[in-house]
Design a binder for this molecule. Structure first.
Ligand code: CDP
Length: 203
């Protein structure tokens, strides 16, 4: 079974994708980490995230970078959305992500373009969303928990700018696949959102 979980910042994709992977014993890939790693590698290379060549050169980041603690920062998330506008970057990551998605036995992939670009053939697609104020609060609380120093208004500004960049880019803009199940988690506790996704998957 191949499952796609897409949606904007901090709507609950990670909890849902993780729970689906455990429930169906499938490998799980958070593709956002790839974009974050490219952004981080651009910084390590002394490059510019708004330069397509610098961003493309960073696509061969070492695999160990994916577990680097810096990747959780909102600065890196913001820079990730800059490198994500470039077709050359998306193509380089497409190859890795397509291979993960189409391995024998299935997978759960989470991101922005899984149901639309990486795996339009997925057996099941979710588009997880929530009202911006709720997503801002979720992200702020998650960063507090990780002891990442940031203020609520900075999270609000970053999330709003990133949502806009992700929705307005020319290639693979964030949107729900036409055959996705839309799950609005605004009024749901995390546990209930996860249960709703598993119920939908079990049909
Ligand atoms: O965790 P959060 O939703 O804040 O972000 P993420 O999933 O780590 O993704 C960081 C950024 O990478 C997003 O804002 C997108 O610009 C980009 N991204 C993308 O373009 N396509 C994906 N499949 C995943 C992430």
């Amino acid at each position: 079974m191949l499952i796609a979980v897409d949606g904007p910042v901090a709507a609950g994709k990670g909890a849902i994708a993780g729970a689906l992977a455990r429930r169906f014993k499938l490998p799980h890939l958070n593709t956002g980490l790839h974009y974050r790693a490219v952004a981080r590698q651009v910084l390590l290379n002394g490059g510019n995230v708004d330069d397509e060549d610098d961003a493309f050169d960073a696509c061969d980041f070492p695999i160990e970078l994916l577990s680097e603690p810096h990747l959780i920062s909102e600065l890196i998330a913001d820079l990730a959305s800059h490198v994500a506008v470039f077709p050359a970057v998306r193509q380089a990551l497409f190859e890795r992500e397509w291979a993960f998605a189409h391995r024998r036995g299935g997978a759960v992939l989470e991101g922005r373009d899984i149901g639309t670009v990486i795996a339009p053939d997925a057996d099941l697609k979710f588009y997880v969303t929530a009202e911006p104020a709720i997503r801002i609060r979720h992200r702020f609380e998650a960063l507090m928990e990780a002891e990442y120093p940031i203020e609520l208004r900075e999270v609000a500004a970053e999330l709003t700018a990133r949502d806009k960049r992700d929705r307005e880019r020319a290639q693979a803009p964030l949107r729900a696949a036409s055959d996705a199940i839309v799950l609005d988690t605004s009024q749901l506790m995390r546990r209930d959102a996860v249960t709703a996704a598993i119920d939908a998957a079990e049909g």
